[in-house]
Design a protein. Structure first.
Length: 279
């Protein structure tokens, strides 16, 4: 069976490794134009629009964060619904959202105060879930909205997490687009800029924070900033701990938790861990 994988980062690679012995993967598709023409195991990464000129049996969606947007793009490009395979993204996405709902129930049971935040918003898919599940809490959205900064990427290269200059990756977003997704936009506060400089003027405590910054420097900065400001019982989720691509996140979490003598646990979405402030 000839198949295409839409997404060439972590989830796409996991899918590739899972199916490569039984399927003939003919192409990767990716929205990141800087990857077009490159290859994985000799398989080219192409513009998603090229699917319209390809013969294939199935398309595997290989992104978690905005997989519903990818599904919409595929349908708009004329891909038949029965040829789109969401097997590897539905369960992890469901697990992450259910974890968020369960966190909300814990916060309500324990009458925890504090607001909520996300560091690393990208196109706002998970921020939308936070906004819907915490409609009564202010949601701070921290992001450059211009992709990875050169400063953070230089740390990745210096620490040998990557040899590639990824400055500007994930720049295809905007504050306006993210806000257009929010069910309760009046509860959202955009904090655009380099983190932690973008925290200037924020005087608040938090009961829930999602850190999805991908890289070592903003992840460790996020943990150092938010953890002291978490109410006792508050929970931080950190995405990409189990990433095959962004190796710095795991080191940041382990380094932080060792220093603070706190623990982390996987949440079942294949990538994230949770940290709870206990004292």
């Amino acid at each position: 069976m000839d198949v295409i994988i839409y997404g060439s980062t972590d989830t796409g690679l996991r899918i590739y490794n899972a199916i490569k012995e039984s399927m003939n993967v003919i192409s990767f598709l990716d929205d990141d134009s800087s990857k077009w023409g490159k290859s994985i195991d000799g398989i080219r990464i192409q513009n998603p629009k090229s699917i319209q000129d390809m013969e294939y049996d199935e398309v595997y969606i290989g992104v978690l964060t905005y997989h519903m947007e990818v599904l919409k793009n595929l349908l708009e490009m004329g891909v038949q619904r029965n040829k789109i395979n969401e097997l590897y993204v539905n369960i992890p996405t469901f697990a992450r959202i259910e974890c968020l709902r369960n966190i909300r129930s814990i916060i309500d049971e324990e009458l925890l105060t504090g607001n909520v935040a996300e560091l690393g918003v990208f196109r706002g898919e998970f921020a939308r879930e936070i906004n819907m599940i915490f409609p009564d809490r202010t949601l701070y959205l921290f992001d450059t909205f211009e992709g990875f900064s050169e400063k953070d990427v230089s740390v990745e290269i210096e620490k040998n997490y990557t040899k590639q200059d990824k400055s500007g990756y994930f720049a295809n977003t905007s504050e306006e687009y993210v806000m257009s997704l929010m069910a309760y936009p009046e509860k959202c506060v955009i904090k655009k800029g380099f983190f932690p400089d973008s925290t200037l003027g924020v005087e608040d405590t938090f009961c829930f924070v999602n850190i999805d910054a991908d890289l070592y420097a903003p992840t460790i900065a996020g943990l150092n900033y938010f953890y002291p400001r978490m109410v006792v019982g508050g929970i931080i989720l950190v995405h990409d701990f189990f990433s095959l691509t962004f190796h710095g996140v795991r080191d940041a979490v382990k380094e932080f938790c060792f220093a603070k003598k706190c623990t982390f646990m996987p949440i079942g979405d294949t990538l994230s861990v949770g940290i709870r402030k206990t004292e």
